[in-house]
Design a protein around this ligand. Structure first.
Ligand code: OXD
Ligand code: MN
Length: 631
């Protein structure tokens, strides 16, 4: 039996509420010992993990780990938001009564950490001094040392973050118990895993995984689900799965901040870490704030909308990260950064790492290389030769400060004023390069109807999106109607309204399928146009679904694009849009209590499209023709 008091005393942890919580769970899970963690413990924990074989060296100051083969991603089906109020049930939050889930999780966790150390990780999901600090403190308890290493990179970790709380009880209780991974029936009808946020009790209970968002509880469970619920319940803020970047115009000295949501596989991390294209580098400097989460609020003193990234690190998808797609990320996981890799391919002789898309092909000499499951590549059977070396959801974990263009004020407690909120899916047709929206309700409507193409045909109707409102579908913690109302209320309170925009880097040629826009660093150009539009320096062209740049308003020097492709991505395909409006109506009808402003926005856009179709030749001669052929 662990001597909890001795461990807490040794760490100088005084908060009586935290001590009570740790004692309860140490006893309940049967942990053999308790250890309180601060970020300064990292080097020691790394040494211990290397000695125990839990991680392996991957070059100077770099480390590699593998997770259990059936534990490689978040599980949406096993993730639940529980509260004491049935009216908190939404379409996406998988709501269950707290009175049902708490006992179930307690039962799963009873004695389940026997023989293991319980690590106590006090953390803060904010810069200290943030106006949202009261919602940011938490204490994760975990029985997995690699999870501790990840949390130290992803959150601000230390005893002081919970010892000086204005209200000693106002920390999120985040309990992570790994369980017997080999006997949990992952993905079967007898699945034992549960990932539960008891939102109105500010308690997170995750059982049955040691991977990513299932186990690093500061990130998604607290930073998104719990924080979104707290932001709504307090009426004070929004917590969204958004990236956040800054653009400085060196000529005028003005700095802009843009945040926004992208469903997975739509290039959010690459955009967050982008650099200015060479030809614009003299004038514009881009800074990185965050790639995954933003909390947004209005400062009552100046009436501006502010945003901040509550995380302290990046948990990025490794696949396809390379010098073209994301050179900044490669620097952030280079020698000496203390980055941790999970589930990529590893060479046990040279300690090199590799993932699909890092280089055009895998290393030619396969000596020493093992795939993410630990199999030697040289021993693969013929049937397995074509299998990926890295898991598609393999990751790198590194702190924000390793990112070369991290913003100088990333740690500012005040946050940064938000100029624009953008949404972007992966859409092969219909969505232009960028369309700006100046009306709040239309902007929120656009976020609610965000989606990405279904990844395989069986999942959906041709041309129909898998909707992912605000890119929050897996993280919604309260019902969608009140969620939309809360958006209107928070952003509506700002005296200076942000501009909204929808972007799409992924439109393809209907015949040969090539991407019409080169993407990556060039994506800065439409964002610069958006800032110029907000400043009244350009006017764009009004369409039923927003304002689109004219070709000469975009700074296109050095961009490899044909005039035809450019015209296509700066045009509205009215027929496809009218079809989309039908899909949208069905999507929104699922959400009871959706504010009337959202329905009015929907009807306004629908009516504008109908009015517009009477003049298709003027609107988009080429585009309409091509798309109709496609059917
Ligand atoms: C996610 C993540 O799962 O950011 O969305 O890890
Ligand atoms: Mn994410």
């Amino acid at each position: 039996m662990a001597d909890v008091d001795a461990a807490l005393d040794a760490a100088g942890l005084k908060n009586a509420k935290v001590r009570e919580y740790v004692k309860y769970w140490a006893e309940h899970t049967g942990a053999a010992g308790v250890e309180v963690i601060s970020a300064s413990d990292d080097a020691r924990l790394i040494r211990e993990s290397l000695e125990a074989g839990e991680i392996q060296p991957a070059g100077e100051g770099l480390y590699y780990s593998r997770s259990y083969v059936k534990d490689t991603a978040r599980s949406e089906e096993r993730t639940i938001v529980a509260t004491n109020n049935p009216s908190d049930a939404g379409v996406y939050n998988n709501w269950r009564p707290a009175a049902e889930m708490r006992p179930l999780l307690e039962q799963r966790m009873r004695g389940a950490s026997a023989g293991k150390t319980m690590y106590v990780i006090p953390y803060l999901m904010a810069a200290p001094g943030s106006p949202l600090e009261a919602y940011a403190a938490g204490v994760e308890l975990t029985d997995h040392r690699t999870v501790v290493l990840h949390m130290i990179r992803m959150a601000r970790v230390g005893v002081d973050y919970v010892d000086n709380l204005a209200d000693p009880n106002s920390f999120v209780r985040a309990v992570h118990v790994t369980g017997d991974l080999e006997n949990l029936g992952q993905g079967t009808p007898d699945d034992q895993r549960y990932f539960v946020t008891v939102a109105d009790e500010r308690t997170i209970l995750h059982f049955g995984s040691s991977y990513g968002g299932n186990a690093l509880l500061g990130k998604i469970a607290h930073g998104l689900r719990q924080a979104a619920y707290d932001g709504w319940a307090s009426g004070k803020f929004l917590a969204e799965q958004f990236m956040l970047l800054g653009i400085t115009d060196k000529q005028t000295g003005r700095k802009y901040h843009i945040c926004g949501g992208f469903p997975s596989a739509s290039g959010k991390t690459n955009l967050a870490m982008t650099l200015a294209p060479d030809s614009l580098g003299e004038r514009y400097h881009v800074e990185f704030y965050g790639d995954d989460i933003a909390w947004l609020w209005v400062d009552p003193d100046d009436g501006k909308l502010y945003g901040m990234n509550p995380e302290f690190g990046v948990f990025g998808v490794a696949k396809d990260t390379n010098e073209t797609t994301n050179p900044t990320a490669l620097d952030a996981i280079g020698p000496g950064t203390q980055a941790l890799f999970t589930n990529i391919a590893y060479n046990e002789l040279t300690h090199e790492v590799w993932w699909e898309g890092k280089t055009p092909g895998p290393p030619e000499d396969v000596t020493g290389w093992r795939d993410w499951t630990g199999e030697l590549i040289s021993e693969r059977s013929d049937a397995n030769l074509g299998e990926p070396w890295a898991h598609p959801n393999s990751r790198f974990t590194t702190t924000l400060t390793t990112v070369p263009n991290i913003a100088a004020d990333f740690d500012s407690p005040k946050g940064v004023p938000i100029d624009a909120i953008i949404f972007g899916g992966r859409t092969r047709d219909r969505e232009p390069l960028i369309r700006a929206i100046t009306d709040l309700a239309e902007g929120v409507y656009d976020g609610l109807t965000l989606g990405a193409e279904a990844t395989f045909a069986a999942e959906g109707v041709e041309g129909q999106l898998r909707y992912d409102p605000m890119s929050m579908r897996p993280f919604m913690s309260y019902p969608e109607g009140p969620y939309a109302a809360h958006w209107l209320k928070i952003v509506g309170a700002a005296s200076e309204q942000p501009i909204f925009a929808h972007v799409n880097w992924f439109q393809r040629h209907p015949e040969d399928g090539h991407f019409l826009w080169p993407g990556y660093r060039e994506n800065l150009r439409p964002l610069i146009w958006l800032m110029q539009l907000k400043n009244g320096e350009v006017t764009g062209r009004a369409t039923p679904v927003g304002i689109i740049p004219t070709a000469d308003e975009l700074h296109l020097d050095g961009v490899d694009i044909t005039p035809e492709d450019l015209e296509t991505i700066l045009t509205i395909d009215n027929a496809r849009w009218q079809q989309e409006i039908g899909f949208r109506a069905k999507h929104l009808e699922q959400f009871p209590g959706l504010p009337e402003e959202i329905w009015q926005a929907h009807r306004r856009v629908a009516a504008a499209l109908e009015a517009d179709i009477t003049e298709p030749q003027e609107q988009a001669p080429k585009m309409c023709h091509t798309r109709r052929q496609k059917g």
